[in-house]
Design a protein around this ligand. Structure first.
Ligand code: NAD
Ligand code: ZN
Length: 355
């Protein structure tokens, strides 16, 4: 059975296209005075980008903090805040920020039209009602959250996305000018998330010509960005992120993502840096990819934290391993159907002990 996969229907790309956001939203404004909510990463509080948001009438800027990766309780609180402020459902939710903010905006748009807590919908295709119209404006590139059908959330019991066709954005606005000022380390970690998506997709057993077409272009763009310092690097990274996301959408990620989820669950390690830490230990699985990744690190003077697991108890290490080993499709993509013979709990624990 082949998956019939939905993609983002409207995309605008180009330097300065952020100026067209107001025009795009105009067509979505109803006549009952419903607001548009701008979910803005609070790193932009008081900055020019905030002043450039095309606010009208009783629109609201919802500043969000992403020091911790998004939790279901945070989504529930934001939705409650919107419901308390307005008697009507908003005409649109616009996420402006990195992967975390884009995920928050996705989840808020879903939870405004679906009852209960965001935690009730962590899983696959549990959402019943279409979301409020939602738009992504990335200010940091690499995760592919702008085009994925999931919003990754940490709930009381699990870290798992709300995966559904309704999660997908209705519109994305890709303006490379918006990622110009990202601090170097963050730029690197999130960019490497994209590079690792490409390696895991291209080297996986689920690979097919569709995913390969996107993955090969994305990895080529990553090389131009991280090895060649291409003058158009912001434009290129923005497209690499999109293409990397398209590649994994029809294949899967692999060992690095599986292990990074375990790390993140126990230590709260953020996604981009967590993937970098993990990838550095996977030369047996992705020899070429890890070699090139180290070249990129050296070029940009990046050093990764070490000895993260030194003080963990056996129980905590085992929890990490359980989370990682639970991600069957990732391992199957990486190592094939007989992955359980190749990636035993002992091997996972040994990898974690080295980190
Ligand atoms: P992020 O959104 O967590 O942001 C990282 C830091 O960069 C934050 O401090 C943020 O304030 C700052 N920042 C963002 N844009 C900036 C800018 N232009 N200038 C200066 N600072 C800026 O980082 P990320 O790596 O983009 O996203 C990671 C998140 O994305 C995680 O929560 C992860 O779970 C999620 N994710 C989602 C998907 C998906 O498909 N939905 C895929 C991968 C990762
Ligand atoms: Zn990733």
């Amino acid at each position: 059975m082949y998956r019939n996969f939905k993609i983002v229907p409207n995309i605008i790309f180009g330097r300065g296209c952020f100026n067209q956001l107001g025009e795009i939203l105009e067509t979505k404004r109803g006549n009952q005075n419903a607001p548009i909510i701008f979910v803005l990463d609070d790193v932009f509080k008081g900055k020019t980008l905030e002043q450039r948001l095309p606010l009208k009438g009783n629109d609201m800027i919802l500043h969000v903090n992403v020091d911790d990766e998004p939790k279901t309780s945070y989504i529930d609180a934001l939705v409650e805040q919107i419901k308390q402020t307005y008697a009507v459902i908003p005409d649109g939710i616009i996420g402006v920020g990195g992967g975390a903010t884009m995920d928050i905006a996705k989840a808020v748009s879903l939870m405004l039209t679906n009852p209960g807590s965001a935690a009730d919908y962590q899983g696959w295709d549990l959402i019943n009602n279409p979301a409020v119209y939602h738009v992504a404006v990335p200010t940091l590139s690499g995760t592919g959250a702008e085009i994925s059908r999931t919003t990754v959330l940490t709930g009381p019991e699990k870290k798992l996305g709300i995966n559904s066709d309704y999660t997908l954005y209705d519109q994305i606005l890709l303006d490379p000018e918006l990622i110009a000022d990202v601090p170097k380390e963050q730029w690197f970690y999130t960019g490497m998330d994209c590079y690792i998506h490409d390696v895991e997709s291209l080297e996986g057993t689920y690979i097919n010509e569709f995913s390969k077409a996107y993955g090969e272009k994305s990895i080529e763009l990553c090389r131009q960005v991280f090895l060649e310092d291409h003058p158009e690097k912001d434009d290129k990274l923005m497209m690499a992120s999109y293409f990397g996301g398209m590649s994994i959408a029809y294949s899967q990620v692999g060992a690095c993502h599986a292990l990074s989820y375990g790390l993140s669950f126990v230590l709260g390690t953020h996604h981009g840096i967590g993937c970098c830490i993990t990838f550095d230990y996977l030369e047996d699985i992705y020899p070429e990819g890890v070699r090139e990744f180290r070249q990129m690190m050296a070029k940009h003077g990046i050093t990764l934290p070490r000895n993260l697991t030194a003080d963990l108890s056996e129980e905590e290490l085992n929890t990490m391993a359980t989370v990682a080993l639970g991600l069957t499709p990732l391992w199957e993509n990486c190592l094939g159907k007989d992955w359980e013979q190749k990636m035993t709990r002992e091997r996972v624990l040994e990898l974690y002990r080295r980190m």
